[in-house]
Design a protein around this ligand. Structure first.
Ligand code: IVH
Length: 670
């Protein structure tokens, strides 16, 4: 009896401790312990719960991804409708809103809360006795969809409220969103798997939250900020919205640190301007600012009209689209020879900056838009993405505007062009004989995230290539001060400095080196994972497709690009000459190599093992970042089968899941 009591209190203690660290990490953004210490706590809890399954609780931090895939979402009727906001697009409309509030409340100065308007999707969270029992999307405002399982995977949403004095029922509303970085990573992955990319973070967040399989949602780095209250029963209520937010935060719910309390509407407009100017620096996208009358009694007096409260207003940011003219269409030759058309524009101010170029992506895009020199066009610039040409105003087109003819020869070297990758990409056929391609490759090789050769800028690279001083990246390591001094506008001091920075770049890392090679589709983070998984260029160059695709987030597109790259003798020779030229790196540690090779994989254990218990096997896998699950699915990487494996073995064979025995398993653990 006593032992059970001890276990219960240890479980409770561990869960509280993990919740505390989750809160500091995800809600306050101030971690108190290292990731690995956190993982250790989590592992302790996992194994304790496994040994005492009857003491498992649904609000335990281990239960964020427990659910089975759904066949559809249930409907949820919101206890209090989820309203929308009235919009304003000008300072005048904002002042008129304030005027109305002042008149109705008969006061001269109103306290407002100014909050960023997040571009995500609204959800309502229902806590009963402090436990998250349901999460629903907004839907039509009255009825939404039950997305509880998916919302439970979002780590900034507490499964259980902190503190003691929370209401018996609390419905809190907020925005689920995908930060820019997570959005970019997701799209990188979609691209590498040849899957469709998401148009913007909001669509990606919505797509992620509406996954029927919560395991997929769990892989998307969704975040949450709460911004309003649905209902509350019990517990003392506050006098203002700002105080409510402070209280929500004390219960473990994340509120936006950008929120600001101000006096009067002019201060609202100043806060708006500040957010407009800094929006690109925020880690997530916002499309405006929300002003809210702070006093709760005042909010009640103002009430609502139609679907929106009278006490709040969304002040939208100016359009990120503008009209301008195409002055010309240029073709840029990239390091892999891809010809990218770029529209040269009449400079136009859009989304807070002056834009004079917009990418046209490829010849298909030019055909799709039918853009011609002289056309009037719509330009869009959203967040920090490259400006895009959205459409052509064809009714304004001059009668003599000729359709654009894509070049048949490389504009840099005159070689024939060839279409590849399904005809979408047109490339110069000359390879690195083309000076434009070679220059781009060298710029990439020398760039900050690759070999980081300070002082080797575009103009200098062009001179070195055009004057035949270097023919490939390995030649950089044969340069001396004399050869550089012979170039235009290159003094002894600059030449000496450049030689010194080339020399410094000899000490590098394997990841930087792989990235610097410029293998198509191998970006910085893929290079890092490849370096950790393979530990050497030789191992990578000799690996087969299956081995390469075992690296997390590496699909067939990347693996075939790597194979094509190393199949070329010229590339192997350049690598050898780079090594001979003194380029070197420390070998990633064996532990780290093993860890990432297995990290992120899913393993199921079945049957009895001879050399260790199943729970020990599970623990050792988890220490290497492996997900150990109990049932075999198409997502299972390996089934570890001991003696008497049972039906799991049949299922694994049916699904084509790789089955390994204990011996192979031990090898895998190293
Ligand atoms: S308050 C009763 N605050 O905007 C008012 N909404 O157009 C409820 N939104 O559906 C909303 N950021 O999803 C509020 N700081 C913020 C917001 C915000 C984004 C969204 C919300 C709502 C939509 C209304």
């Amino acid at each position: 009896m006593k032992a059970a009591g001890n276990t219960t209190s240890r479980l409770r203690g561990l869960r509280r401790e993990i919740e505390y660290h989750n809160y500091h990490y995800h809600v306050l953004d101030e971690p108190k312990i290292s990731d690995s210490m956190f993982d250790q706590l989590m592992n302790q809890l996992i194994s304790l719960e496994r040994d005492h399954p009857h003491l498992q609780t649904s609000d335990s931090p281990t239960q964020r991804v427990g659910g089975q895939p759904l066949s559809g979402f249930d409907e949820v009727v919101h206890a209090v409708p989820m309203l929308s906001l009235s919009n304003a697009f000008s300072d005048e409309q904002v002042r008129a809103f304030d005027q109305r509030c002042q008149e109705m409340l008969e006061v001269a100065l109103i306290t407002y809360l100014v909050e960023p308007k997040l571009d995500g999707l609204a959800v309502s969270l229902r806590y009963e006795s402090g436990i998250l029992v349901r999460a629903a999307t907004r839907g039509d405002g009255n009825r939404g969809e039950d997305v509880t399982q998916n919302v439970r995977t979002i780590r900034s949403i507490p499964l259980r409220l902190m503190g003691k004095r929370h209401p018996s029922v609390l419905e809190v509303r907020g925005e689920v969103y995908l930060p820019r970085e997570g959005f970019n990573r997701l799209n990188d992955r979609q691209r590498s798997r040849n899957e469709k990319e998401y148009v913007n973070p909001r669509n990606a967040a919505a797509g992620s939250l509406r996954q029927l399989d919560p395991a997929i949602t769990a892989q998307r780095p969704l975040e949450f900020f709460c911004h309003s209250l649905g209902t509350r029963e019990g517990g003392s209520s506050r006098t203002g919205h700002a105080e409510t937010l402070v209280q929500l935060q004390s219960w473990g719910l994340r509120t936006n640190p950008q929120n600001e309390t101000v006096q009067g509407i002019e201060s609202c407009l100043i806060a708006y301007q500040r957010l407009l100017e800094t929006r690109d620096k925020l880690p997530y996208e916002i499309d405006g600012v929300v002003y809210k009358v702070n006093g709760l009694a005042e909010q009640a007096r103002l009430g609502s009209i139609a679907r929106a409260p009278r006490w709040a207003l969304a002040h939208k940011f100016p359009a990120e689209e503008a009209l301008t003219f195409v002055r010309g269409i240029d073709i840029q030759v990239g390091r892999t020879g891809a010809l990218t058309p770029v529209a040269r524009l009449e400079p136009v101010f859009v989304g807070g900056v002056t834009v004079s170029n917009a990418t046209l992506h490829n010849h298909d895009e030019i055909r799709r838009l039918d853009v011609r020199v002289g056309d009037q066009v719509v330009i869009r610039r959203a967040g920090d993405v490259i400006p895009e040409l959205v459409s052509v105003v064809t009714r304004e087109r001059l009668a003599n505007a000729a359709a654009y003819e894509f070049p048949k020869h490389c504009p840099a070297c005159g070689a024939d062009v060839i279409a590849d990758e399904g005809g979408v990409v047109i490339r110069c056929s000359a390879g690195l004989i083309c000076k434009a391609q070679l220059s781009e490759l060298i710029k990439h090789f020398a760039s900050r995230k690759a070999m980081d050769i300070e002082g080797l800028g575009s103009k200098l690279v062009k001179q070195l290539v055009d004057n035949n001083v270097i023919d490939d990246v390995a030649d950089l390591y044969q340069l001396d001060v004399n050869a550089l001094e012979a170039l235009d506008r290159m003094g002894n001091k600059s030449a000496t400095n450049l030689i010194a920075s080339i020399d410094r770049s000899r000490q590098t890392t394997l990841a930087r080196f792989i990235f610097g090679l410029g293998i198509p589709h191998v970006g910085e983070s893929t290079a890092e994972r490849l370096a950790l998984s393979f530990g050497s260029v030789e191992a990578l160059s000799n690996a087969d497709a299956a081995e390469v695709e075992r690296v997390p987030d590496v699909g067939p597109a990347i693996s075939s690009s790597i194979a094509t790259f190393f199949a070329q003798d010229r590339h192997r020779k350049v690598i050898q000459r780079l090594r001979d030229g003194g380029v070197e790196w420390a070998r990633p540690s064996a532990q780290a190599v093993r860890k990432t090779a297995l990290a992120g994989k899913t393993v199921v254990i079945t049957g009895a093992l001879k050399t260790m218990s199943r729970s020990e096997a599970r623990q050792r896998l988890q220490d290497l970042g492996v997900r150990v699950t109990s049932s075999v699915s198409a997502k299972t990487t390996y089934l570890l089968a001991g003696t008497d494996p049972g039906t799991k073995l049949d299922k694994a064979s049916a699904l084509g899941v790789q089955v390994i025995d204990e011996e192979e398993f031990i090898k895998l653990l190293g």
